[in-house]
Design a protein around this ligand. Structure first.
Ligand code: URA
Length: 235
């Protein structure tokens, strides 16, 4: 592969930015400084500032989504979660599932289509856990009701019965709710059905992957290899 193509793909940056890096003589092929953009490279052998460049096919990012951003890659009018992500312009990232504009917390961004499908497919039963605050009071009866499922309408107005959800009550108006599907406004509608309005909603985990609480809202980081394998194994 040409060195400029390799750098652009490995670092998920534009070809122009890759060429600028090469021009600044920070790139070596083996021990030799790369002088031309069309030099051919073996992917094992490329260094930037003397650090080996690992070629990545897939990227996995964890974002602590803030309020006010829609779960979309591009929108003319509204701010999108992808607007928060810098330096991955060439990685073709997309969101794994969606969070409402006013929901905060864990959102995974990746270019790994099969994994994204696994994580969002209701058949795979990957549980997503939410911290929920409501205007109203949770009762012990709600635990059973959510376990058995509720009759709701999806985003297209089609009736459906929710899959088993797990309610863990923290206090009268705070709880964790875990669901394995991702229907439109599902938690909000579940709570409405139980006569409560959601006032705050935060996703805190997907499968075994837990939101890194050191990330402030709007911040993101790449998943570690361990976290990626946890995601792959548990969903
Ligand atoms: N359920 C909701 O109602 N909203 C979300 O953003 C996620 C789950």
């Amino acid at each position: 592969m040409r060195i400029d193509k390799f750098i652009s793909r490995a670092l998920a940056i534009s070809r122009k930015d890759a060429r600028d890096i090469i021009k600044s003589k920070r790139v070596k092929i083996g021990s030799r400084v790369a002088l031309k953009n069309d030099w051919e490279v073996n992917c094992e052998d490329v260094f930037l500032d003397d650090k080996k460049i690992e070629f990545k096919e897939f990227y996995y990012l964890m974002l602590n989504k803030p309020k006010g951003y829609i779960s979309a890659t591009y929108d003319e009018k509204q701010k999108c979660v992808l607007d928060l992500i810098k330096g991955y312009e060439k990685a073709n990232l997309f969101m794994v599932g969606r969070l409402d504009i006013d929901t905060v917390g864990l959102l995974i961004l990746t270019n790994d289509g099969p994994l994204a499908h696994k994580l969002t497919s209701p058949k795979k039963e990957c549980f997503k856990k939410y911290y929920v605050e409501v205007d109203g009071e949770f009762s012990l009866d709600d635990i059973e009701k959510l376990k058995l499922g509720l009759d709701l309408y999806d985003g297209k107005g089609k009736a459906y019965h929710t899959k088993e959800a797990i309610l863990e009550i923290i206090s009268k108006d705070k709880a964790y709710i875990s669901i394995s599907e991702g229907k439109y406004h599902e938690i909000k509608k579940m709570c409405q059905k139980l006569n409560k309005e959601v006032t705050y909603l935060k996703r805190i985990s997907m499968g075994n992957l837990v939101l890194d609480e050191s990330l402030k809202e709007g911040e993101y980081r790449e998943l570690t290899d361990l976290e990626v394998s946890m995601l792959k194994e548990n969903c």
